[in-house]
Design a protein around this ligand. Structure first.
Ligand code: MG
Length: 320
């Protein structure tokens, strides 16, 4: 390891009071709170595959932490610790300072601390492991959806996919819309407080929407051996996204575009008023978008209640 790469460590050596031993030894030492299990998840971001190579380093640092914290949110685990393995073509001091700032900001917002990691020279790639705590039997699993339960989603869907489309020049957004859509793409907000609250007897199954609602809800349906009916007119959209609702492939971009990092979860009908109250308490929009069915398959209904079909260009109204 060159002296240059030794310098990198400087940027990632902030104290971690929540660890018995953090960065600086051969391994971190971590004590779980009594009666808790460790929830562990890991994700790799590769330049040119998961992000554009000219992305702002602070945004990249934020997103690397956020996508992992979002997986903890989906389980309902309380974020505690992160490790970071960073492969870089060269050690650029300014780039690293910005990346570290974004990473630490996102971690701090979720109450997580960086406790270890590694740096290597090579094509830019980032691997983060996130660790959280949860009481035994409390985790929100994908296999817990039951027929008759409501399907809910947090926040709004499609902004990140539309932001990517704007970056690629596929859609033309005005400056105000572009700012909203791009911030949803580059600075996703992991829903950790929501995930933790949902473990208090509110939700059954849960997943974070990283690959698009249809794909991720599909994982819940497969694991739970159930089906679903979704109502397209109930899908929550931002004002910025609505400006593109006349595009032919709008529904596909919203439902299959991905990178939303919202939570999709199922809950008993009896939990509706509790969930509405929770939305108010957390300041997070929670929307009922459909129901779990005993019959397998995912059916998407338009405003007239007719099923929308999947064509080569994606989901569309039957007659469109
Ligand atoms: Mg996930």
């Amino acid at each position: 390891m060159s002296a240059e790469f030794d310098l990198i460590r400087r940027h990632f050596s902030r104290p971690a009071p929540g660890a018995t031993l953090g960065v600086g030894d051969d391994a971190a030492l971590l004590d779980l709170s009594p009666g808790n299990q460790l929830a562990v998840t890991t994700d790799t971001l590769v330049a040119g595959v998961h992000f554009l190579t000219d992305v702002q380093p602070a945004a990249l640092g934020w997103k690397a932490a956020a996508v992992n914290l979002s997986d903890l949110a989906a389980m309902g685990a309380r974020p505690r610790w992160l490790t970071l393995a960073l492969t870089l073509p060269q050690a650029d001091d300014n780039w690293l300072a910005e990346f570290a700032r974004g990473f630490y900001d996102c971690a701090a917002a979720a109450g997580a601390e960086l406790v270890g990691g590694d740096t290597t020279q090579g094509p830019l790639s980032i691997t983060v492991t996130a660790m959280g705590e949860i009481g035994p039997g409390r985790a929100l699993r994908r296999n817990a959806a039951r027929p008759g339960q409501d399907i809910w989603v947090s926040g709004e869907l499609g902004d990140a996919a539309l932001g990517l489309a704007a970056l690629r020049g596929e859609i033309l957004a005005d400056l105000a819309d572009q700012a909203v859509l791009l911030s949803r793409l580059t600075l996703p907000q992991p829903r950790n407080a929501l995930g933790i609250a949902l473990t208090m007897g509110l939700a059954s199954a849960c997943i974070d929407v990283s690959d698009g609602l249809l794909a991720d809800l599909g994982h819940i349906l497969t694991a739970s051996a159930t089906g679903a009916v979704l109502r397209w007119p109930d899908i929550p959209l931002s004002a910025a996204a609505r400006h593109f609702s006349q595009m032919g492939d709008f529904a596909t971009r919203v439902l299959a575009g991905g990178d939303d990092y919202e939570l999709c979860f199922t809950a008993d009908v009896a939990r509706r008023s509790d969930l509405d109250k929770l939305a108010g308490r957390l300041g997070v929009r929670l929307t009922r978008i459909g129901e779990i069915t005993a019959l397998p398959g995912l059916h998407l209904l338009d405003e007239t209640g007719r099923e929308m079909t999947r064509s080569q260009s994606g989901y569309a109204h039957f007659n469109a």
